[in-house]
Design a protein around this ligand. Structure first.
Ligand SMILES: [Zn+2]
Length: 454
């Protein structure tokens, strides 16, 4: 096990060195200079950069569509602000020289041809819809950066082997709708679900130019996309707290939820002696504490939460006979989640025998983790290092369109710091410099991928 891991580590480092020495560096060069690739290497090529002013101007321009006076954004999917913002992004795509279209799922697409016929596109992008009264950075950073990367390729006449395809998915916040329509996981039963703007998914998809009757035309199969990259704000505080520039995402965590029921015996709070009680709420309190202790004592980035608890009958003068609660566990490895769950179950058996209660668990949500391709992690890391940025390998604890794309293509994700870790709030804030860094890492990663993909 250890040997395997250190071998893996060695391979990664080897790959990283190779990328820095040749791949990533050479890939930054415009096509005209590629002829020099592999020769000498005594002076490292200067990476091309995005146009900082244009990128920030384009990003700030999105505030005209759903920006709120408190510095946040209110752009729920299918709302007027969302629709107008999509028109604005299509204009930016055209200005970047991309060939634009709206697919049957209502996703915005902008394409630029590659030089080698028959190659699947390298796709990158994010979303521009927001939660109700949310932040202005969430999906827009990655979406506007994706357009800017394509614009930069055009500015520098960079010829890529693969076509590049910029995507802005529809309705990410409601449940990854656009990306799940693209990977084929979307079920037609979901068309009647009401989105936060009040429209159903079917109505909304039509409003943004999609066609719910022809959704299969939007589906991509494994092999149709060479790789997918997404730049996003971290939405947590790890990078900001540690003063790091860029997060190289190792994977998007798997999530399991359980409904937990604690059964005791409801009885008179005045007449039942303290040593004769079967208090379900007391047992539940110990359970909440046990979950936190078990999750924390194991090293790693996994998290565990009891977010809901409800005692019955819920009167001050009755010993609670029944408690319903929840358990949520998240980690990159399902094995960790399963092991933690077993430890928690063992603890509740102990608590049950001490309190005269019984615990039962019912699994209600079971989402697999989405792995990030190892080589793409190396290549994103190398692209950041070529820009002299500091990096950290980290899981994504939140869901993203990239996890849908992981079902059909190798993916990579780039995180930039969220100041204070605040997200889905008008207080959400990412510094200009960090957005620009993220866009440049995306550019470098696209070029490195284009050079390295076989
Ligand atoms: Zn997002």
């Amino acid at each position: 096990m250890l040997d395997e891991r250190s071998q893996d580590e060695l391979n990664r480092r080897e790959f990283s060195r190779r990328m820095l020495a040749l791949g990533a560096g050479a890939a930054f060069l415009p096509a005209a200079a590629l002829g020099r690739r592999g020769g000498g290497g005594s002076h490292a090529p200067n990476p091309i950069r995005i146009d900082r002013q244009r990128f920030l101007r384009s990003f700030n321009g999105l505030d005209d569509f759903g920006g709120t006076p408190d510095g946040g954004a209110h752009r729920p999917a299918y709302s007027e602000a969302d629709r107008e913002a999509r028109g604005y992004v299509l204009e930016l795509m055209r200005a970047a020289g991309l060939e634009t279209r709206v697919d049957a799922a209502g996703n915005l697409l902008g394409r630029r041809d590659g030089t080698e016929a028959g190659r699947a596109p390298i796709m990158f992008g994010s979303h521009i819809d927001s939660v109700l009264r949310g932040g202005r950075y969430d999906g827009p950073v990655g979406s506007i950066a994706a357009v800017e990367v394509a614009h930069t390729l055009a500015d520098h006449d960079v010829a890529t082997r693969h076509p590049v395809e910029v995507v802005v998915f529809q309705n990410e916040e409601g449940g990854l709708y656009g990306s799940r329509m693209m990977n084929g996981e979307f079920s037609r039963d979901e068309l009647t679900i009401e989105a936060s703007s009040g429209y159903t998914i079917e109505e909304g998809t039509r409003l943004i130019g999609g066609d719910p009757d022809r959704l299969e035309e939007a589906v991509r199969r494994p092999g149709d996309v060479a790789a997918f990259l997404e730049l996003h704000i971290e939405q947590g505080s790890v990078l900001y707290d540690r003063g790091l520039d860029v997060g190289v995402v190792e994977g998007i965590v798997g999530i399991r939820w359980w409904d937990v029921e604690v059964t005791g015996f409801a009885n008179h709070a005045g007449t039942t002696p303290m040593d004769a009680r079967q208090d379900a709420l007391l047992a539940a309190a110990r359970y909440v504490e046990a979950v936190n202790r078990i999750v924390r004592r194991r090293p790693g980035t996994h998290v565990g939460t009891v977010g809901r608890i409800d005692a019955e009958p819920g009167a001050p003068n009755v010993i609670p006979g029944r408690v319903t609660a929840s358990l949520e566990l998240r980690d990159l490895r399902m094995e960790t989640i399963a092991e933690l769950h077993e430890e928690i179950r063992a603890a509740t058996r102990q608590i049950g025998s001490e309190t005269g209660t019984e615990f039962s668990f019912e699994l209600t949500v079971d989402l697999d983790p989405a792995p990030v391709d190892d080589e793409i992690q190396e290549l994103v890391d190398a692209s950041a290092q070529a820009l002299e940025l500091t990096t950290l390998r980290m899981p994504s604890g939140a869901g993203h369109d990239a996890q849908s794309m992981a079902r059909i293509a190798p993916i990579g994700m780039i995180f930039v710091p969220s100041v204070g870790g605040v997200s889905h709030s008008p207080e959400e804030y990412t510094r200009d410099e960090d957005m620009v860094n993220g866009a440049n890492v995306l550019l470098g990663s696209v070029l490195a991928l284009d050079a390295e993909l076989s």
